[in-house]
Design a protein around this ligand. Structure first.
Ligand code: SF4
Length: 474
């Protein structure tokens, strides 16, 4: 098999991994033109300072001895298999880099033989690139669950970022859908990565570890596998020391790392598959919050399950649950930049995110007693909780009001999205212009709810159809 064909197979097999913030394109080359948006393997990622960089996203091998039901590379799936020799991949990377096709590499692999052997091959590529080729580009390596901690530590030494995917949000689902993996194998690697980057993994308060049983509804569409679908799925037990009750944002601020740190400067990340198992949004968000606090995970990615194939361990869905994935990303944003906690966003009584409202608007409508917020008096964190006010506009408000009292008409120029904020703020008692009659007519906030519905459902519907048709990630 020639290198081009291998690249085609192995780049295609890598595209389902969302943990490098990538996006793809299906635009083919035009006759007589130059460039091809569909060339296998090159995708885009965003650096810490917001630049978009191109990455070669590829597997070392798509032959896998494991059989995870959601994965196209599972051993029971009948797909063409290929693998690079480490030296062959190093040459390809250097070739692409010198031609300016790529600025970095995302490298993963199916489990070939055993976790240690696979990890050694991945490290072999990384070490050769760094030492022999003196290559200094961005490198994201995938760690293999169950690999020895010495190998994981060495991977952390060569890579900018290492990720290990949890995929299933509970131990019970992991056992059913990915029976070759264990929580110990996954979280052991995460602990090693945290330690390699100078962070001692922690245990969380009990209320953060245990998922409420009511947040685990029976899932009617799930095929009956030993009757387990209707049982509550136990939370992962992830760590040995205590973490005080703080928001992810506050904890992150306390341990801001040196960006020039030689070990894992871009930290560790992970991915959770959404929709391949019955866990609620509350279960997924509680786990994500735990990961941010307990392992200093830099980013949790949510990947809508792409129903492709006939494995009976995963449900038959009309298409990938993209709207749910979108809402989870919005809720995740609230942890990391707005000071929210998971138990404020969802609870046992309300285990799933509202599909029509972004999670911040939904929270505000449930907590109308906290509003309106006076923008001339509220502190920074209170301002952050107002729909339509983000970190940048909250900072601008705090600075601007030191010089003059703010009026409703000045908020828009400070970056406040008045379409949302108008319902929730006053300026020293003066409310922005929301039609009073409409306000009076809906004491239950139904007018505000209708006005705040963001249209994501309508926006994602055509994409959903396209994905159904193509059976592919975008
Ligand atoms: S270990 Fe599981 S998720 Fe990873 S490549 Fe193999 S089958 Fe896919």
């Amino acid at each position: 098999m020639d290198t081009e064909r291998k690249l085609e197979i192995l780049a295609d097999a890598a595209k389902y991994d969302a943990s490098c913030s990538s996006s793809g394109s299906a635009r083919p080359a035009q006759p007589g033109g130059i460039g091809n948006g569909a060339v296998g393997g090159i995708c885009h990622s965003w650096s810490a300072d917001g630049r978009c960089v191109s990455l070669l996203k590829v597997l070392l091998s798509n032959a896998c001895t494991y059989d995870c039901a959601y994965c196209v590379n599972r051993r029971s799936n009948d797909v063409p298999r290929a693998g690079f020799e480490p030296g062959e991949l190093v040459r390809l990377v250097m070739d692409f880099y010198k031609r300016n096709y790529i600025e970095g590499v995302f490298l993963s692999s199916g489990v070939v033989g055993c976790p240690d052997a696979t990890m050694e091959r991945l490290i072999g590529v990384a070490r050769t690139l760094r030492v022999q080729e003196r290559w200094n580009g961005y490198l994201h390596l995938k760690a293999i669950p169950g690999a020895a901690s010495e190998l994981v530590t060495e991977a952390a030494r060569w890579a900018d970022r290492v990720s290990v995917n949890i995929e299933l949000p509970s131990a019970a689902s992991l056992e059913r859908v990915a029976p070759d993996k264990t929580p110990k194998a996954i979280f052991g690697v995460m602990r090693t990565l945290a330690r390699a980057s100078g962070f001692e993994p922690r245990r969380l308060l009990p209320e953060r570890r245990s998922l409420p049983a009511a947040a685990e509804p029976a899932w009617k569409d799930l095929p009956a596998v030993s009757g387990s679908a209707a049982e509550p799925t136990p939370a992962y037990d992830i760590g040995p020391a205590a973490e005080s009750r703080r928001s992810v944002m506050a904890a992150r601020k306390d341990r801001r790392r040196d960006p020039a740190s030689a070990v894992l400067p871009a930290g560790q990340t992970t991915q959770l598959v959404v929709g391949a198992s019955p866990e609620s949004d509350a279960a997924i968000l509680t786990l994500a919050e735990n990961l941010y606090l307990a392992y200093d995970v830099r980013r949790v990615y949510y990947s809508a399950f792409v129903p492709a194939g006939t494995d009976t361990r995963v449900p038959v869905l009309p298409g990938p649950p993209l709207l749910r994935e979108h809402r989870l990303y919005q809720a995740d944003w609230l942890f990391r930049f707005y000071g929210f906690r998971a138990d404020e966003i969802l609870s046992p009584e309300r285990p799933d995110l509202d599909q029509d409202l972004d999670p911040k608007c939904a929270w505000a409508l449930r907590n109308l007693g906290r509003f309106p917020v006076d923008v001339n008096r509220a502190d920074y964190l209170e301002l952050l909780r107002v729909p339509g006010i983000g970190p940048r506009s909250a900072s601008r408000i705090v600075k601007a009001r030191a010089h003059a009292r703010l009026k409703p008409e000045s908020l828009r120029s400070l970056g406040v999205v008045m379409k949302r904020a108008a319902f929730f703020v006053t300026c020293s008692g003066v409310a922005p212009n929301v039609p009073d009659t409409a306000r009076r007519a809906s004491p239950d906030a139904s007018y505000a709810r209708a006005a705040l519905t963001d249209g994501a459902r309508a926006m994602l519907a055509p994409l959903q159809l396209e994905l159904d048709w193509e059976g592919d990630h975008a």
